[in-house]
Design a protein around this ligand. Structure first.
Ligand code: PXP
Length: 241
């Protein structure tokens, strides 16, 4: 059964707006687990614009499910990941000027570099994922790098304004999921997914996890975090395996 992992970066974003102590992402992570999330996702950015080092350390200590650590492939982040020892690391591209992660990581031509980067984490038993676009060459590169998972970037699908454009992006993702599964990769989806656009994946087999942040934290303002997570987890529970 596909499952929900909740990204709590946006809780940290709100706290950092005042550089204060609330809201607390660690509490949000705990509440998300209580409401049905099977994993907590945090992206420690190089510029520390939302999640801080202490957030990762505290969630590592208090997490009852799985901690997925999103990070750029830099020496600093590798050091932190080895120290924190999350269940999974997900390598993402990072640009200082972007509002949020804008696209998938380019893995083509970087197979050896990324395999070497992940090697010490694999040796420690940390599982790895690569956040990539639904592109055959990227999927093959991810396979060659030796990652266990890929996370297909659903942002282009989520952002598409026209029906036709959205269908084109959806088809790419559905075909990407099938191809990655054929190669033996496990597949997660994430970015820009909400309570409506996620329904397109209801009958798509082979998806392990959905990684969702913004839409859940946004809804929590109106209905509370418990209900917002529960609504999404319940929805995903109705999806095919
Ligand atoms: N997956 C990755 C790799 C991301 O960078 C993000 C955004 O931080 C998400 C999933 C979650 O996206 P959203 O906040 O739009 O649900």
């Amino acid at each position: 059964m596909p499952v929900l992992c909740v990204n709590v970066d946006h809780v940290a974003t709100l706290r950092q707006a005042r550089m204060g102590i609330e809201p607390e992402p660690v509490t949000a992570a705990y509440m998300a687990e209580m409401a049905g999330a099977v994993g907590i996702i945090m992206h420690l950015r190089e510029d520390r614009r939302h999640v801080q080092d202490r957030d990762i350390e505290l969630v590592r200590k208090t997490c009852n499910t799985r901690l997925h650590f999103e990070m750029a492939a830099t020496d600093e982040m590798q050091r932190i990941a080895l120290d924190v020892d999350p269940e999974t690391v997900c390598l993402v591209p990072e640009k200082r000027e972007e509002l949020t992660t804008e696209g998938g990581l380019n893995c083509v031509g970087r197979e050896q570099e990324l395999a070497d980067f992940l090697a010490p984490l694999h040796e420690k038993g940390v599982r790895s994922s690569l956040f990539i676009d639904a592109d055959k060459a990227q999927i093959e590169a991810a396979k060659n790098i030796g990652a266990e998972f890929i996370e297909i970037h659903t942002g282009h699908y989520a952002d598409a304004k026209e029906f036709g454009e959205r269908q084109v992006e959806l088809k790419k993702i559905v075909e990407g999921v099938a191809y990655a599964r054929e190669l033996g990769l496990k597949v997660n989806l994430g970015h820009g997914l909400n309570y409506r656009n996620i329904l397109a994946f209801r009958n798509v087999p082979g998806i392990s996890e959905y990684s969702i942040g913004h839409s859940i934290i946004a809804r929590s303002i109106y209905v509370g975090l418990d209900r917002a997570v529960r609504d999404m987890a319940d929805l995903i529970r109705t999806f095919v395996d």
